[in-house]
Design a binder for this molecule. Structure first.
Ligand code: AMX
Length: 432
């Protein structure tokens, strides 16, 4: 895969250089004060090849939508879900892999999956009350002792080989994340009764196994979960942070650690636990685990009146129901017959959008990925929802780290946009 990646991606180095030198003055967009004041939305300023988000059709990975990926990517069992190893290959190389390529990545990651003892020691040094994302990001940063990229840089390696060392770091890091995540899970919720990896299992299957959820059903869900959360183009907080920190030539352990801390925020990845928390809060307040649509509507209104957001709804780019939500709903419709939490999530899908739509200022009233994921995990017995963002993080690493290898191959520079005092914008607005 490394050779195939280089063969394909190195062709783009010339293209990048040509754009940089021959077309540097070409204007591609105007920036408005509105864009600056609303989080730089829609300002084209990043290069990300792994995936692209369209406001009206959702995410595509190298041109393939989620339904297409669920059909085309290799899987273990014809009726099952695709293996995330295949998605990683697609993001990196740009082609749908063969079954053999995917098994090779599984084997490669399995051989690279040993986590150094000091990383577990760092986790164990924290109180169990430390949030799982605090433990997860600290463990990732602690693993920077292993960085071959950092060693190579310090020994003076030529910059044209950076990508090669980055590639190895990234493969090691991805291989070890399931072990770290499962360790935190078993530490926090199962009294430190840890489970060793099974080298015969695939990457996502092994994560479910090490968490102590060994059924085929959970492994199937975990594969779907790891595929749909892997990437969402370059501008979201976790992807952009990883890219930005990497642009200073920080090692990928630092870059991903920083990205994960961004993912931990409630407007981003924390929303997946917030949704479940909010649903239990509403069931508790209403006094029923099967609230009616009227009761749900009242509670949504109450949430808005309290100046809170309705978690799992809205998006910075999307203007339709998130296809990642739809993929999970289809999964639930296929495999789950009656579950009160899932029923409530489905009822909220009917109730919430018209209410948010009527507020006026909310750009997108439709559900995002986080509106469904927690209910599925909960149904299959992964009930510790304060852990859910870690699962999002394990998956998100696939996309942001594939991009980081490409960043170093293209030789992207340190990122450094300009900032001005508020007065400067005020002066611009009044034409001064
Ligand atoms: N509930 C209530 N209000 C909402 C809302 C929601 N679900 N979504 C947006 N709004 C509000 C915003 O808070 C903002 O209010 P303000 O003007 O008073 O500050 C206003 O509507 C305009 O915001 P926007 O342009 O529609 O959205 P945005 O691009 O600024 O933010 C997002 C996008 C996702 C942060 C926002 O929709 C939100 O907070 N959603 C709930 C949290 C959530 O589900 N996050 C997960 C997103 C997916 C992910 O990254 N995992």
């Amino acid at each position: 895969i490394k050779n195939r990646f280089y063969e394909k991606a190195s062709k783009c180095i010339g293209e990048y250089q040509k754009l940089k030198t021959e077309h540097a003055d070409k204007v591609i967009a105007n920036v408005t004060i509105g864009q600056v004041m609303t989080g730089m939305k829609g300002v084209p300023s990043l290069i990300t090849d792994t995936s692209k988000l369209d406001a009206n059709t959702g995410i595509t990975f190298r041109g393939y939508s989620i339904p297409e990926l669920r059909e085309k990517l290799p899987r273990l069992d014809p009726a099952g879900e695709p293996l995330p190893e295949g998605l990683y290959y697609l993001m990196l190389v740009g082609e749908i892999p063969e079954q053999e390529d995917v098994f090779n990545i599984s084997k490669d990651w399995s051989t690279r999956s040993h986590v150094p003892q000091h990383v577990f020691d760092v986790i164990d040094a924290m109180p169990k009350s430390a949030r799982p994302m605090t433990q997860f990001s600290a463990a990732i940063v602690a693993m920077a002792t292993e960085s071959v990229f950092q060693k190579a840089y310090r020994s003076g390696v030529n910059k044209k080989y950076y990508w090669d060392f980055m590639y190895d770091d990234v493969m090691n890091l991805i291989a070890r994340l399931p072990r770290i995540a499962a360790y935190i899970y078993r530490r926090n919720y199962f009294k430190d009764k840890h489970i060793e990896p099974d080298p015969r299992l695939d990457w996502a299957g092994n994560l479910a196994h090490m968490m102590g959820h060994d059924s085929d059903e959970v492994k199937r869900l975990m594969r779907l979960y790891m595929v749909i959360h892997a990437d969402h183009e370059g501008g979201n907080v976790s992807a952009h942070t990883t890219h930005l920190v990497g642009s200073a030539l920080s090692n990928p352990y630092y870059a991903l650690g920083a990205g994960m801390l961004g993912l931990a925020g409630p407007l981003h990845g924390y929303a997946n636990q917030d949704v479940i928390n909010w649903i239990f809060e509403l069931m508790n307040e209403i006094g029923s685990d099967e609230p009616t649509k009227e009761q749900l509507a009242d509670y949504v209104q109450k949430t808005l009146e309290a100046g809170r957001v309705v978690p799992g709804y809205g998006h910075a780019v999307l203007r339709v129901t998130d296809p990642r939500f739809t993929a999970q709903k289809e999964f639930a419709d296929k495999y789950i017959t009656h579950d009160k939490l899932i029923n409530t999530v489905n009822n909220l899908y009917e109730v919430v959008p018209p209410i948010l739509g009527s507020v006026g200022k909310i750009s997108n009233p439709w559900p995002n990925v986080d509106a469904y994921s927690g209910a599925l995990l909960y149904h299959y017995g992964i009930k510790e929802y304060s852990f859910y963002t870690v699962l999002f993080g394990v998956s998100r690493a696939l996309g942001v780290l594939a991009s980081l290898v490409m960043d170093r191959l293209y030789g992207l520079p340190i990122e450094r946009p300009s900032s001005y005092p508020l007065k400067w914008y005020r002066d611009k607005a009044s034409g001064e």
